[in-house]
Design a protein around this ligand. Sequence first.
Ligand code: NAP
Length: 488
Amino acid sequence: MMRICISIAEKTLDEALAASRRAAEKSPDLIEVRIDYIHPLPDDLMKFKEIAVPKIATLRPPSQGGEFMGSDREKSILLRKALRAGFKVIDIESDSPLLSRAPNEFRDAELICSSHDLHLTPETSRIIEILIENAAKGDVSKAAFKVNSIHDVLSIVEAAMIFSSTDNEFVLIGMGELGGLTRACAGRMKCSFAYASLEPGKETAPGQLDFDTVKRLGDSPIITGIIGFPLGHSVSPQMHNAAFLSLDIPGLYLPIPTRDEELEGLLDLSLELNMMGFNVTIPHKEKIVPLLDKLDDTASKTKAVNTVVILEGEMTGMNTDVYGVAKTFEKAEMRVKGKRVLVIGAGGAARACIYFLTSAGARTSLVNRTRFRADVLADDFPGVQVIEKDDAERLPFDVIVNCTPLGMRGFPDESPISNQVFREGQFVFDTVYNPRITRFLADAQGRGAVIQSGQEMLVQQAIKAFEAWTGKSPSYEVMSEAARGAIG
Ligand code: NAP
């Protein structure tokens, strides 16, 4: 069973003590006190003696991500004071001259020999060499690297898998947003322990998870996430993590920024980490299709995947946006059979909408900025008529759907169509979910239409993906509340 260490980094001795007491109440296996963060450096550490949990004393220099500016001699004195104050473990950097004196100076202490690269991750073979070198100098071999790409995460995971076949105690960490994957999978990577923050907002290193989350995840968590680039707009992590928490499932949903050239590496990584699957967003929804083993009906008809499920190494693509659209119409009690529907846009969202609309018997017209793209889409869905914007603005429609990003936060605050198209009693649906009321919806409402925001679709597609990964139904209220909270 992997141990959990709460890392404390406070600016004063009193704050560090108070945080260590609160940490001890959570009964972690270890508490690390980042003494280098305490200013001025404490003369006396005896007050830590009352904290019964085994403690690690760390005095990290700036070159390795810490704030300790003193000499080796000062460091040695402080570490010995820490041992007298009941600290059991000391962390010394692999390039420190103190290491050679450690067997004499810190005789009774357990020694972590650590390396940190704040800029990059070396290749797998070099990571293993570093772990071997550190293992020769200490009881626990620790290495942390800044991960800048999916390839870096893969190098770390591979190195951990190989090094774990030795009997050495080790900790291997990827730092940064992508590094969250290595922290969530520390147990799976066979790390001896995982560092965690006391609570969210108290991280001592980028990408660190909080204690309660690490404890809930355990050694074999359900890891999911969202791949795409960029991912700043996504509220899916908040929705899915709220669902995991409310169902007390040991699961975590992480943003996994993935560039075009990293897509295949990401698939390898997801298998290596035994992930349950992931969501897919711009720009990979279509590109991922040929890389998967199987597609369900929604994905093969729309030629777009927003959810991948991994079962025994087999990757199946689904398009839960289709379900999201269907549920949106169902909840609004809007039956589209025989209705004249206008879809604006010809991307992935439009494909999901048109799949639902044509299956449900709607008479669907399509308008798009780029005519060619609309023609390609219509070829895949017989019966869909491509029309020009001028015609769209003159024809009477029962339902109008916006599938362009216009009106979304970060995009032009415009409606994709003139408000002449709206009329009393029409059903007008915007797939955009942030903000809830876009200019398109406000125009429609102003002319007496019944309006529907994309937030319902957002929550429904997430529910379907969550069910596919876990086999459990999340609460609609929990997910929509989390989405509303994240959108603001
Ligand atoms: P996409 O594949 O990039 O397609 C975007 C479509 O919008 C294309 O047809 C594009 O026209 C058109 N477009 C883009 N900018 C435009 C502009 N300035 N004026 C007119 N048309 C423009 O994107 P997508 O995946 O379909 O996503 C579109 C939107 O759907 C997203 O922004 C999101 O708000 C929404 N969405 C919502 C959910 C949900 O759960 N609520 C799920 C998925 C998507 P061209 O072909 O001419 O480039």
